[in-house]
Design a protein around this ligand. Structure first.
Ligand code: MG
Length: 330
């Protein structure tokens, strides 16, 4: 069963990746400009060796039936590339809950492939994120999935692997999260020796200090996730991040919101701007949560937004308008 599943996923992904190879746009895209990324000290660097900080949107949970899977389209990716000037996008592939990859493999893979291929065509970096709060419970599924992704896309400069979205507060870094990460890194590196891998950190990707005190060693091109929600998290979390950066830990803000940590509540523009200044100072890349029209303040879109891009200002929420401005100006 597991073997058959792996063969299926690899077949679909390989076919999909093959179809996109000749289709890249010739214009000066982010990937054409920066090429293969690497991690040197606490920074992402481009092929020329320059510190590289990218900004873009994170898609919402890809789960079938949750409503926001409708935005996993070529048109949405093209609009983020050409109108929002995004350098990077993030696929939040649901790996828990109803309709996740673990329940509806074909539906979720179809969305992943659509967005991956559109990202490559538009010259964007693309994070493929195992969106779960319990990834260690499904480690064999995760290993099969990332093996298939690495086989299909590891030869491109575009793909970035995010192996565990947000471990919970009770999921210990040193004894659970780190060993999971080491196993996933070994699995991916058996296929793809070089593309960036993002490691989730304890407490919804906030305890970067624990990772800094007990980092993964002997591996290259590893980043650690720092997530913040601007209305909830402020100077205390930035202090933690500065401690980690001070110890040389490379961070990426692979998910952030302009609201409270629930994804709803107060839209906090002032705190968002404080965080963006912090990201600029430290050369951090960041991805906003979320490409969604769900009735909560973190959503970029109103229900009027089409699934295929070409949105107007009227389609954007207050957060969506600010985030578009931030990404365009990054
Ligand atoms: Mg590679």
């Amino acid at each position: 069963m597991r073997h058959l599943k792996s063969v299926f996923v690899i077949f679909i992904l390989t076919l999909a990746a093959f179809q996109t190879v000749a289709a890249q746009d010739a214009a000066e895209t982010p990937v054409a400009k920066h090429g293969q990324l690497s991690v040197v000290g606490p920074h992402i660097r481009n092929e020329a060796g320059d510190i590289t900080s990218l900004a873009g949107p994170s898609f919402f949970w890809s789960n079938t039936g949750w409503g926001q899977e409708r935005f996993y389209t070529k048109g949405a990716v093209e609009t983020f590339a050409k109108d929002w000037n995004a350098g990077i996008i993030r696929i939040a592939m649901g790996a828990q809950g109803n309709g996740s990859y673990l329940e509806d493999e074909a539906g979720n893979i179809d969305r992943v492939v659509t967005v991956m291929n559109a990202a490559i065509k538009n010259g964007l970096y693309v994070i493929i994120d195992w969106h779960s709060h319990h990834a260690e419970q499904d480690i064999e599924e995760a290993k099969l999935f990332f093996t298939a992704i690495a086989q299909a896309y590891g030869h491109t400069p575009n793909v970035i692997y995010e192996i565990y979205n947000e471990p919970l507060a009770e999921t210990d870094w040193s004894t659970v999260v780190k060993p999971y990460a080491q196993e996933l890194i070994e699995t991916i590196r058996a296929v793809d020796p070089d593309n960036l891998i993002i490691v989730g950190t304890q407490s919804w990707a906030q305890d970067v200090d624990k990772a800094a005190d007990d980092p993964i060693t002997g591996e290259t091109n590893i980043l650690y996730a720092l997530h913040f929600y601007a209305a909830s998290h402020k100077e205390d979390l930035r202090k933690k991040a500065e401690y980690a950066i001070g110890k040389g830990l490379p961070l990426i803000i692979s998910e952030w919101g302009s609201v409270t940590y629930s994804g709803d509540g107060k839209f906090d523009e002032a705190s968002t701007r404080d965080w963006m200044a912090f990201a600029k100072t430290h050369g951090l890349s960041h991805l906003n949560w979320a490409v969604s029209d769900k009735n909560e303040t973190a959503s970029m879109f109103r229900p009027s937004a089409t699934s295929d891009g070409n949105w107007t200002t009227e389609d954007l929420t207050p957060s969506g308008r600010l985030v578009r401005e931030i990404i365009r100006d990054w």
